[in-house]
Design a protein around this ligand. Sequence first.
Ligand code: NAD
Ligand code: AKB
Length: 322
Amino acid sequence: MGKILVTGAAGQIGSELVVALREKHGEENVIATDILLKAVERVLPSGPNEQVDVTEIRKLQEAIGTWGVTTIYHLAAILSAAGEKNPQTAWDVNMKGLQNILELSRELGVKRVYWPSSIAVFGPGIPRVKTPQDVPLVPTTMYGITKAAGELLCNYYHQRYGVDVRSIRYPGIISNKVPPHGGTTDYAVDMFYQAILKKRYTCFVREDTVLPMMYMPDAIRATLMLMDASPKSVTYHMGHNLAGLSFSAGELAREIKKHIPGFTCEFVPDFRQKIADSWPESVDDSVARRDWGWKPKYNLATMTEDMIKELGARAKQGKLAA
Ligand code: NAD
Ligand code: AKB
C-alpha cells in the first residue's frame, strides 16, 4: 500500500491521529513529521518519524517522493491565539504550508488529502446558534482568515485539478494526551489539568462563554470516517461543520466539580475573550450527517467522566504535568 504522511504530528491532534492511523494501516505505513523532530519522537516513539517544515517545499517533495506517499493528513498550523500574537507567521505557515501540500499532491499524484479547517472560519453577522454550513465567512482573526482562504484553496484544487481533498471545521478539541497550546478553546482542557493538579483554575474567558467543542475520540472517528467515505458521498470540498458538544465555561466547571468537589474556578477574561465572542456557540452539521453518516458519541457528562478517569490515573502515578 501507499504510505500516509502526517504533518504537525507532534501536536494535540497529530499525536493521537497518528496512533489511530498506525493501528489501522500498520506502524511502518504512517510517517509522522513535524518541524520539531524531538517532540514527535517523544510523543510517538515508534514508527517512522521525520523532521519536515511544511513551508519548505523541497523537503516536503523529498519526503513524499522517497516514502511513496499516497495520502496526506496536513495538520501543521499556528492556532488562533498564537496567530493573533504573530499574524505574519500564522499567514506564512498556514497558507504556504497548505499551498505546498496541494501543489505537490497535484504534481505527484497523491490520492487523498485531509486538511482540518476550524469554527474560526466564522465571524460576526451570522447566526451564532446552529450556525449553518453555508454562510458568508468573515473571520476576524488571522487564523480564521487562513482557514477561510484555505477552504477556498482546497475547493479550487479539487475543481481545477481533481485533488481529492477533504476537510472538517473542527470545534475546540478536548483531549488528555498532548495538552493544547496557542488556541482560544485551550481553557476547556486546561481546566481539567488544573482541577486535578491544584483544585483551582483561572479561566481566561467569561463564565457564560459558550463554544462548540468535541472530545478527541469523536474527532478521530470523524476524521477517519470522512477519509474512508466514497468520493461520491463527499459532496463538499470545503470544511464540513461538525457538532459534538456545546457548553459554557461555567457549565464545564460545574460538571468537573461533581467529580472533584473542592474545585474552584474564577473567570478572568483576557484577549482571547474577543476571539471566542466572534465564534459560534454551536454549529449545524446536517451535511456531514447526511453525506457520510456523522454522529457524535460523547456528551458533556461522559466526556468529563472519561477525562477525569484518564488524567486522574496519570496523576496517581505522578505522570501528570500541565
Ligand atoms: P498543535 O498546535 O497542537 O500542533 C501543530 C503542530 O504543528 C505542532 O506540533 C507544531 O510543532 C507543528 N508545526 C508548526 N509549524 C510547523 C511547520 N512550519 N512545519 C511543520 N510543522 C509545524 O495543533 P493541533 O491542535 O494539533 O491542530 C492540528 C490542526 O487541526 C491544525 O490545522 C488546527 O488548525 C486544526 N484545528 C485544531 C483544533 C483544536 O482544537 N485542536 C480545532 C480546530 C482546528
Ligand atoms: C483554537 O482555539 O484556535 C482552535 C480552534 C477552534 O481552531 N482550538
